[in-house]
Structure formats: C-alpha cells, structure tokens
Design a protein. Structure first.
Length: 174
C-alpha cells in the first residue's frame, strides 16, 4: 500500500507557490507533477491488489491483451507495440508469465524469427481473478466521482494525442 506522507500540507501545492515566485505560472508544473504522483500511487495500489495472483501490473496488461485477442495469442512484437514498451520488457514479462504457467511461448509460423505468446487456461483464470481485484479497487480511482472519470480520460487523452501517442484522427474517445 502507498504509505501516506502525513504532511500537514500538499507538497505539490507548496512547490507551486515557490515556482510562481521564482519562475512564473505554475499550473502546468503542478498538473504534471500531480500526474506523476498519481501514477506512483496507482501502480502501488495495483501491485498490492495483484500480488496474491503473482502478477505485476505490467504482466497483468500482457494477459489482458492476450485475452482480448481473437485467438488468445499474439507475436511479442505486437504486444510491445500495443503496450508501448521496449522489446526487452516484453520478453521479461513473457518469461515470468511462462514460469507462472499463465502463458505458453512458441515460434510464430508466419515469421520464422518471431515468437508467439499464448494465454493458457490457468492464465485465463488468473486474469479473471486479478480483474475482479482491480475492479473492486475501482482501479484506484474510487475517490473520483463517476461523472468525472470520462472528463479525466478526455483531458489525459488530449495530452496523449498531442504527444503523438495516438494518431489524432479528430475523434476524441475513438
């Protein structure tokens, strides 16, 4: 669990005050710093919820992606692309998932050098259990009213689109 700092003030708000005195407007700095802090909090909550299932959030994401695929298997290259992670990270996650019995690895018949990862029956069971744990946690966002979650997504999506994370085809939420 993320340990509360127990400070009698918000350190990001305090940093914003100092920033404004020294550098000028602090709204973007406060927002960006808050995003980073929230990421730390959410990952810690996710990892705590997933620990009983011998998963990290990164490995859980791989299992979910395989579950969403039509055949339950994908080339490692596609997994890396969809999850936007380095090939070494994909290989490490797959190695751990294979060791846990959640994924099988086999040569890709469509690509002589490629490798396919396929979710096992055991992997399907654990992804259902892990998803139930994360859902019970409201994905760590239980303090945000439901009516504001779509707004939060839309704001963060604009940042992602602006950075080229997703092709900007003019359809927000698309």
């Amino acid at each position: 669990m993320v340990r509360p700092l127990g400070l009698p003030f918000d350190p990001i708000a305090r940093a914003g005050e100092s920033w404004e005195q020294r550098f000028g407007p602090a709204a973007a700095m406060r927002a960006a710093t808050s995003v980073f802090r929230v990421q730390q909090i959410l990952l810690a909550r996710f990892d705590e919820a997933l620990r009983p299932h011998a998963l990290t959030f990164a490995r859980y994401e791989v299992l979910v992606l395989l579950t969403f695929s039509r055949t339950g298997e994908l080339p490692l290259k596609v997994i890396g692309s969809r999850l936007m992670v380095h090939p070494t990270s994909v290989t490490n996650a797959i190695d751990r998932l294979v060791a846990a019995g959640y994924v099988d690895r086999r040569p890709n018949p469509a690509d002589g050098r490629g490798v396919l990862a396929a979710i096992t029956d055991r992997g399907r069971v654990v992804v259902e259990e892990a998803t139930a744990a994360l859902t019970a946690l409201d994905f760590g966002l239980g303090d945000v009213p439901d009516a504001e979650l779509d707004t939060l997504f839309a704001i963060l999506e604009r940042v992602r689109r602006g950075a080229g994370d997703v092709a900007d085809d003019g359809t927000a939420g698309g």
